[in-house]
Every structure is written in C-alpha cells, then in structure tokens.
Design a protein around this ligand. Sequence first.
Ligand SMILES: Cc1cc2nc3c(=O)[nH]c(=O)nc-3n(C[C@H](O)[C@H](O)[C@H](O)COP(=O)(O)OP(=O)(O)OC[C@H]3O[C@@H](n4cnc5c(N)ncnc54)[C@H](O)[C@@H]3O)c2cc1C
Length: 470
Amino acid sequence: MLAFATQPLLGRPKSLSTGQSSCPRRRQTVVASLKVAVAGGGLGGLAVAGALLQKGFDVRVYEQASSYKPFGGPIQVQSNALALLQDINESLTRAISADGTATGNRKSGIKDGLSDAWYCQFDTGAPAKKRNLPLTHVIDRPKLQEALAKFVISQSPRAIRTSSRVVGYCNHADHVDVLLENGTTESADVLVGADGIWSSVRAQMHGEDARSSASYSGYHCFTATCKYVSEDVDEISYKIYLGKKQYFVASDVGQGRVQWYAFLGRPAGSETQGEKLGFLSSKFDGWSPEVQEILNATEEGEVEARDLYDRAPFVRKGWIDERVVLLGDAAHPMMPNLGQGGCMAFEDAYTLASSLGELGSNASRDQVHQALERYQRKRFGRTAIVQGLAQMSSNLLFHYERLATGGVQAFLGWGVFWSTIGSVIVGGSMPLVLDFLYVNLVDATEQRTSDIPESPTKAWATVKASSRQN
Ligand SMILES: Cc1cc2nc3c(=O)[nH]c(=O)nc-3n(C[C@H](O)[C@H](O)[C@H](O)COP(=O)(O)OP(=O)(O)OC[C@H]3O[C@@H](n4cnc5c(N)ncnc54)[C@H](O)[C@@H]3O)c2cc1C
C-alpha cells in the first residue's frame, strides 16, 4: 500500500473556492490502489476509513486534534448502524458490543415529568429482532472511538494522522489536493469531508463560513453520567420525562450508571451562573423523584453543557464537488433526539465504501464522480428524513404543552390530552419511525443473523443490589 506524500504547498491558492483555476497543478503519480483522504477522524471518518481499508484502498485520516483523549459520555449505536458495522467487520462489531450495554432488550417510554405517569412505552428490540438486526447498544464514546481507531490502525498502522487540520482543497482532473493548516498539501483521488458539524470542507464546497453554517436549534443541553440504578431497570432502559418547555432523558448505560440529558429552551450562548446542578435542581423542582435522585447522584464536575445546532438538508447544494464528498455531520447535522446522528454517519461510511469499492484502481475522473453520486443518491433522501424526524421529535417533546393548550386541550384538559391522544400520536408513531430506520438498510446483507451478543445482559438485579449497598 502506498504512503501519502507530504509536500510543502508551493504557494497557497488565492481563493479556496471550488473549481481548478486557483489551484497549483501537481502531477499525480500512478497508484496501485485509489487513495482516499479523510478530513476528520471522528465516528464517521474512522468508520469510512476502516471500511475502505477493508476494500484495499490507500487511506489517510487527517484529524485536527493532537491525540484521542477520553471525551464525551455514552452514545447509542442503534440496530440499523450496528448491522452495517457488522457487515463492515464482524470483530469490530463484537468489540463494540462487548464494551457496551444492550438497551434494545428492554422498553423505552415517555412519562409526564411532574406526575410521573406514563404516556406511552415502546419496544425497540422487536422491530430489530424481526429483521435479524443486532439489538441497540450504548457504549462510552471514547471506547467506541478507540474500537474504530484500532480497527483502522490494525489494517494500516500509519493511516491516522493527528494534529492535521484540513483547511481546504483543490480539485484537479486527475486528483484532489488536500490543504493542511501547517502549509503542506497531500494529494489523493478522493477527499471525504467527515469533519463534523462545523466542516471546513463543506464551507469551501458551499462557499460559506464554517462558523455560520449551522443554525442554533433553540435548545441548550446539559448532560452527565452518574452512578444510579433505576427501580425498573430490568424492564425499561430509556425514559423521557416531559415538562413545560423543557424535558429530561435518562438512559441505563450499564455498570450501574445512568446517562441523562436535560434539554432547556435558552438563547444561544446562555451562561449558567453558579453550579449547574443547583440550577438544574431548581429547574426540575417538583418533577418525578427519579429526576431529582439522578441529579443528586451526579458530580458537579461531570456535567457538560452545550448549545445544540442543526441544519435543514442541503437540497440545493448537495454533498459533492468533483472529487470531494461529505459524510456524517458535515453532510447532515441533526438534533440528538433520535440518537441517530452517529448511526447515520456509520450508514454513510458503509454506503460510500460500497460505492467506491465498485471502482477499479485506474478509475477515471467521471467514474469517481459517478461513484460519489451513487452514494449521494442512496443517502440523501434517507438522511433528510431522519434530520426532519429528529427536528420534529425535538419540537414535539419541547412544545407539547403548546399542543396541549390547543382546541382539543380546551375540551379535554391537557393531562387527559396527553394521556390519550398524545400517547396515541407518540406511541403509535415510534414503531413507524423504527420501522423506517430498521427496514430501509441500504445494500444490507440479506442473510444477516443477529448473533451479536447482547452485552452485558448479566443480571441488572445484581448491579441494582450492589449499587444500593454502596
Ligand atoms: C448531546 C448529543 C448526544 C448524541 N447522542 C447520540 C447517540 O446516542 N447516537 C448517535 O448515533 N448519535 C448521537 N449524537 C450525534 C453524534 O455525536 C454525531 O452525529 C456524530 O459524532 C457525527 O460523527 P462525525 O464523524 O460526522 O462528526 P464528529 O464525531 O464531530 O467528528 C468530526 C471530527 O473531525 C475533526 N475535525 C473537525 N474539523 C476538522 C478539520 N478541519 N480538519 C481535520 N479534522 C477536523 C474533529 O476533531 C472530530 O474528531 C449525539 C450528539 C449530541 C450533541
């Protein structure tokens, strides 16, 4: 496999706009396999690198961070994504499942935050099992990242280059130059922009400023993981508590821990004065005892807070500029409500590797472009729908009181509204959403068997008992 050549940039182009006119010409040497440069070594970047290496591509990942540090709490890898990771590599998926905790083997549900009454419960395991998909797991983000990075490095030890920020690119007829912040340039046959929601690659592709290319959703999110085992952990893995213009989500993440999110409507950039936990305790005062117990069980230093950004699908601008293509959050940033942002990045990775995998090593510019278009065609509609569903569910959960104070509410009263019609809408739509997510797996292997172990299924009761003793 050929290594990437690093050369000082012989005069940076005046403009980083798309097209070839301002780009310095460099001759591409003949290569044994197509070279793919990936901007961004996050979930999507590492997954596509691993999948492409499996197919014999020469891959280099450029990650701006100087090293992979433990960062971020647990993340759901849902059945649709786990199934495609399994198609990419069985051992990788087993490693993820072994490091994670199955949540798809129990129910999820929505409660009223104040009264603690159930609106509805739904089963994420049954639609997955029906299609022989592995069950949804949660796994700590650093562990997931580590499993993906190991998978990449095991195939190509020098594939990941840290401290390498991509600042632009130049398309040429026979290659693309990748411009790095340190002033060097690398050449490749294809550049994948997997550099997240504030993507520099997308900014150049769409001729916009990276920092203004996503819009504030109106929601601010606090999150942490704490030692806590819910009374009903054997039956319910994931709960949403609804309130007035705010809601709270709690998920079992294994080893006697709960990961929680508190979503509040706040202006962008709002600062929290004093302790975050004190602020949240007052915001959720009078809510379900479980919400208060979870907040009480959390260490102040564990709480992270961030504004949430998303964007409507790039219907006019698309994801492709000649030899450059977008993937993951760079292509379709979305609200975290459905826990599908990373899952969609994994689906992208699988599909892009499949499309490029159809090319020969001497593929022409047109063939490369057609492969990228095949990928975009397969992914655009599905990701746009998931972006829309995530935005809709976010609005529905947040504005439920507004719905409830409409004409129907005047007739029924809001508690009655939500315990009847509201629960029918949400409870009835969730199986449809899951059907959509789990049934439309692009190019997925027909003969899949769901033999990824549900890990660790070992007695929550034991965890519960020991956690109560501590
Ligand atoms: C609160 C919250 C909870 C979530 N929960 C879930 C969940 O449960 N399940 C789920 O599937 N998704 C979840 N998501 C969404 C998920 O985190 C993202 O969709 C996912 O990380 C996208 O992967 P990515 O590779 O596209 O981008 P990222 O993971 O953001 O990776 C981008 C990478 O590119 C690097 N980078 C950026 N710019 C450059 C540059 N110019 N040059 C080089 N490198 C660069 C960054 O350092 C980073 O490593 C959640 C999101 C939030 C905010």
